[in-house]
Design a protein around this ligand. Structure first.
Ligand code: ADP
Ligand code: ADP
Length: 220
């Protein structure tokens, strides 16, 4: 069964029809890349799939749950528990340490403190950040900051992680490191990723490539 299934998604902004019938599904332990020119609607689609934005029509189910049945707080809770996000700019809270930033989704979920500490330690280790646990974002390199953002996205063991140009702000060495990290998380944790990217290396190493063009996705 698919982790995510989107059918016939439409979205328009005033007189601009951005999405016109997107179909897309995601399987566990797969990395899907979405490519296409600027302005094609990739970010719009990612926001809709990630439940941050609503489509005008179409259906979306995640983990077998029809998202249109969730309202307000229920949807916010579902998003925090089941979906991870990674953006081009890490969006870490500057006054909090790496460990604290990573823990935030678990505290929102009101997870048990001991479990949060255990999970945070585990993620710091998986992402090679153990020696950086108590550093604040300003004391970390760009690559480290983005790895903290990846760890934060993984905190609640999400069904799926969405990333919008995750290596767009990194130099080539850090970008390559991040890409290999995605593959490791896919293989070791079975994590599903949907990644919007202009990076050809990343698109090349994905399990599936989809092109956004004329308002819909085509597998390429
Ligand atoms: P991509 O991620 O492929 O670059 P976007 O999804 O960001 O494309 O944008 C698709 C189109 O929708 C663009 O023409 C953009 O200007 C427009 N757009 C995006 N968000 C909004 C919005 N909130 N209001 C109006 N137009 C928007
Ligand atoms: P990378 O090789 O990942 O590009 P850098 O060369 O930028 O990393 O940084 C190397 C190390 O120096 C990193 O481990 C980072 O923690 C530390 N570092 C980088 N920038 C700063 C900073 N502004 N303040 C304190 N430590 C920093």
């Amino acid at each position: 069964m698919s982790i995510l299934s989107a059918n016939n998604i439409f979205k328009r902004y005033e007189d601009l029809q951005v999405l016109s019938g997107v179909n897309f599904s995601v399987e566990a332990a797969k990395l899907s890349a979405i490519v296409g020119p600027s302005g094609a609607g990739k970010s719009t689609l990612l926001h809709i799939l990630g439940t941050l934005d609503q489509s005008d029509s179409g259906s979306l189910s995640i983990n077998g749950l029809d998202i249109s049945n969730l309202k307000g707080n229920e949807l916010a809770r579902f998003r925090n528990d089941s979906i991870g996000f990674i953006f081009q700019f890490h969006n870490l809270l500057p006054e909090f340490t790496a460990a604290e930033n990573i823990s935030i989704p678990a505290y929102i979920k009101k997870s048990n403190t001991k479990e949060v500490e255990k999970r945070t330690t585990e993620l710091l280790s998986i992402l090679g950040l153990s020696s950086r646990a108590h550093h604040k974002p300003g004391q970390l390199s760009g690559g480290e900051q983005q790895r903290v953002a990846v760890a934060r996205a993984l905190m609640n063991k999400p069904a799926i992680v969405f990333a919008d140009e995750p290596s767009g702000n990194l130099d080539s060495k850090n970008a390559e490191e991040l890409h290999h990290l995605f593959l490791k998380l896919r293989d070791e944790l079975g994590q599903a990723f949907v990644i919007v990217t202009h990076n050809e290396d990343l698109a090349e190493m994905a399990d599936e490539r989809h092109e956004m063009k004329d308002g819909s996705l085509t597998r390429i």
